[in-house]
Design a protein around this ligand. Structure first.
Ligand code: BGC
Length: 782
């Protein structure tokens, strides 16, 4: 469990739909910048103050999903096939930045006195509001009221409304609104989870211009050829004439407004900022691309855009909410998590959802297996179309994955990158990166879930089957029928999900997932022949698929080596795991966690110690391949040597704890997961939120407390409610039907909200809901 001193869970209020910061905290400035971030899947803006905070410039950030720089990875000692380049999510000009001056003296909240300040991010409206009352050292009081949104309706638009009142003085208030292309300088650290950011040398100025209300800035990332283009327009209402002047230089463009105010008077500024990014040369000329867009958008009022935002949020919550009764902190945490997932999700099939969403530089903005295993289920069962984009992304990057496979001497098929943005493998440390070959099985697993839950055969025909087959071929190249083990199929030199154990033979999770993957690939060849014979012939030809290959996949799956320790009946994490010394977690000083920041990898690898769920994760993903007893035995064993130093761990432990009858533990882990970022349990949320953990919170309720599993294509539930929770309710979208599930301490109620009919089971009871018989209430099974 988290060992970082957690923050008071009431720090951000207890409102079920809002988080509220009271006062201005320099100490939590970076953390809150991540928490109060807003995004729309394309643009992400950190929740820093418009005026900034002196000494905290590096906390501001704006990111464009899928747009990145790339720099050669510097190895002291390199070797064949090492990842060559690191991609880093690009910094876009911060749309919220405003420098404010009173009679030419800059406003600095660290000086003078903050009399009142309150900032609220409303998860039901998607709008961030703030009111600050500040007295300058010269005794001049300002009241500032702001509202901002990153539009979910207009995907290129960020809007800000900024009202400034001279409470008790007369003078000139200046507001300087600037777009700046220079990336923040990030502090260097030894923590591999912190991003390196983009270098200044990569920024090539292309265009910069301003007039008395608008400005635009275009630059190119030399390393990748991406253009980033931003343009903004301002409108001001003020009691007297406003004097404005344009500012433009290579790296910045903006407008300065000088506003004369008397005591009690207010000026209101509305700012529209639009972005475009991509590799097309036309982006270099904003006159033809972005500026017309700015003209169109500047006609939209803040109220109009807030209404549009609200409508989208209403639709989202209608099917995606999880209601938690009896625990305000968990309710708030859950909605916060789902809100951020929705904001962070790439929606165009060429971008994805980063480990930190669009809220920080952490992990350089990379996408990992986090998407398929931890995040995709939430979208799949609430908004399947959004889930499809994530899989489409893998399909679109198949060629890069094929090239990567060849680097690793895999002659057929593909190897997905462990971490990437644009498709190239970016893991500089291969033992905890490239060696995680299980990524191929994770992607295939997600495709299978998607097909099962949606029946989207066209997607399978056009993309899904190719992804599964190409990724399955890899196993035949890295594994082999081992004559010394009775020709069982062994896969050596891999790393499983647990990054505290690296480059081992026969990682149980990897082999078990590969087995399922290979079976599935075989089944899909049969399915394609039957349903789409022509498309199948084309695919076979294109992939140069030998007719003998599927039979070999089937054989490898059947002969997969999955040893169980004879003495204990426990599934061995890998061939060498049980021969290692157990790490003494209880005697390790609390400040030495996470271990990765305090021990050389060799020290860690020499021990039985897990960073995160590995074998226990297999018990969940491949649930019906194990008995309850096996799950319990494995949980009991592995939990004792797991540090949960990764935020991907506690959620899986909560779900399995619940399944094997440890209700208290399930709740304990769930509480940790659900408020991971809000209470900064891992002490690093300032670098960005943890999207996999957020998806894990959803899994804890749906697969944990409601016990949802898909068995033979049907939904199955085993609901229970932990002490302290009075109810939980949510919707599931399955095969075109929308099911509402409400669980309290005694019973579970299932209601068909949309769709003709749905067959599901709870325990041993099967029920078909239909228009005539739309709901049923069943007692919980003890
Ligand atoms: C975990 C990985 C995960 C990555 C990004 C690491 O700490 O060990 O499993 O993919 O973080 O979230």
């Amino acid at each position: 469990m988290s060992r970082h001193p957690s923050l008071d869970s009431r720090r951000l209020g207890e409102h079920p739909w809002q988080i509220t910061e009271t006062g201005l905290s320099a100490e939590h400035y970076g953390l809150n910048a991540s928490l109060f971030a807003q995004a729309n899947g394309f643009i992400g803006v950190r929740g820093t103050l418009e005026e900034g905070l002196v000494g905290h410039d590096q906390e501001a950030g704006c990111f464009l999903n899928g747009i990145y720089s790339s720099e050669p990875i510097a190895y002291g000692e390199s070797a064949y096939g090492f990842a060559r380049n690191n991609e880093s999510i690009a910094s876009a000009p911060n749309p919220t930045y405003l420098q404010v001056l009173i009679d030419d003296v800059p406003v600095d909240f660290a000086q003078g006195e903050v009399l009142e300040s309150e900032r609220t991010l409303a998860m039901n409206t998607g709008v961030l509001t703030r009111r600050t009352l500040w007295r300058s050292p010269a005794g001049k009081t300002l009241e500032i009221n702001t509202q901002r949104l990153v539009s979910l309706h207009e995907r290129r638009l960020v809007m800000l409304s900024y009202a400034i009142k001279a409470v008790d003085f007369a003078g000139t208030v200046s507001v300087v609104s600037l777009l700046n292309s220079l990336p923040p300088v990030l502090h260097k650290t030894d923590d591999p989870r912190v991003g390196a950011g983009v270098s200044v040398e990569d920024i090539q100025p292309v265009a910069s211009a301003a007039d008395d209300t608008t400005a635009h800035l275009v630059y190119r990332l030399r390393s990748t050829g991406f253009y980033i283009s931003a343009a903004m327009a301002h409108s001001i209402t003020a009691p007297s004439a406003v004097r404005s002047s344009a500012i433009a230089s290579d790296h910045q463009a903006g407008v300065r407004f000088n506003i004369d105010l008397s005591a009690g008077e207010t000026a209101e500024l509305t700012k529209h900022v639009v972005y475009a990014a991509g590799r097309e040369g036309s982006l270099a000329a904003p006159e033809s691309s972005l500026l017309p867009e700015l003209q169109r958008c500047r006609a939209l009022s803040f109220a109009e855009m807030a209404k549009a935002q609200q409508n989208i949020m209403d639709d989202f919550w209608a099917t995606s909410d999880i209601v938690i009764g009896g625990n305000a902190a968990l309710q708030q945490g859950m909605r916060f998590n789902l809100f951020h997932l929705f904001q962070s999700l790439g929606r165009d099939g060429f971008n994805n959802i980063a480990a930190k969403g669009l809220t920080g530089h952490g992990y350089d903005g990379h996408y990992f297996w986090d998407t398929e295993i931890y995040i995709l289920p939430f979208f799949l069962f609430t908004q399947p179309d959004l889930a499809k984009n994530l899989l489409q992304y893998r399909y679109n990057l198949l060629d890069a994955a094929r090239r990567r496979a060849r680097d690793l001497a895999i002659d057929k098929g593909c190897l997905f990158p462990w971490r990437t943005i644009g498709g190239e493998e970016c893991s500089a440390y291969y033992p905890a990166g490239t060696a995680q070959y299980h990524i191929n099985a994770d992607v295939a697993y997600a495709v299978k879930q998607y097909h099962q839950a949606t029946g989207d055969h066209e997607f399978m025909r056009d993309a899904g089957v190719e992804v599964v087959l190409e990724s399955a071929r890899m196993w035949m190249s890295i594994g082999f029928f081992n004559p010394r083990l009775d020709d069982q199929f062994c896969i050596n030199e891999v790393t499983g999900p647990d990054e505290y154990t690296a480059c081992v033979n026969n990682n149980f999770f990897t082999n078990a997932m590969a087995r399922t993957h290979l079976h599935y690939a075989f089944e899909l060849t049969v399915w394609m022949q039957e349903h789409y014979p022509e498309a199948w012939r084309d695919l076979q030809q294109r992939l140069e698929l030998d007719t003998s290959e599927p039979a070999l996949w089937q054989q490898a799956a059947e002969r997969m080596y999955l040893p169980v320790d004879a003495a204990t009946g426990i599934h061995m994490q890998d061939d060498s795991f049980f021969n290692k010394k157990r790490w003494d977690i209880a005697s390790t000083p609390a400040e030495n966690f996470p271990l990765l920041l305090h021990y050389h990898p060799l020290v860690i690898y020499r021990h039985q110690v897990c960073k995160q769920a590995d074998t226990v994760l297999a018990m969940l993903l491949l649930s019906d391949q194990f008995t309850l007893e096996q799950k319990k035995r494995n949980f009991d064993y592995y939990e004792g040597i797991t540090t949960h130093d990764s935020t991907l761990s506690a959620c899986i432990h909560s779900i399995i704890a619940n399944e094997v009858g440890y209700a208290d533990k399930a709740l304990h882990y769930f509480s940790d997961v659900t408020r991971m970022d809000l209470d900064n349990h891992h002490g690093n949320t300032q670098h960005g939120i943890h999207t996999a953990c957020m998806g894990g919170a959803w899994l804890c309720v749906v697969q944990g407390f409601a016990g949802m599993r898909v068995k033979h294509g049907l939904l199955h539930f085993a609901p229970s409610l932990p002490a302290g929770m009075t109810e939980c309710a949510f919707h599931l979208n399955y095969q075109g039907a929308l099911l509402k599930i409400e669980i309290d301490a005694q019973q579970a109620r299932y209601e068909l909200i949309k769709g003709d009919q749905l067959l599901f089971s709870q325990g041993d009871v099967s029920t078909t809901l239909s228009a005539r018989n739309p709901n049923v209430t069943l007692p919980l099974v003890a």
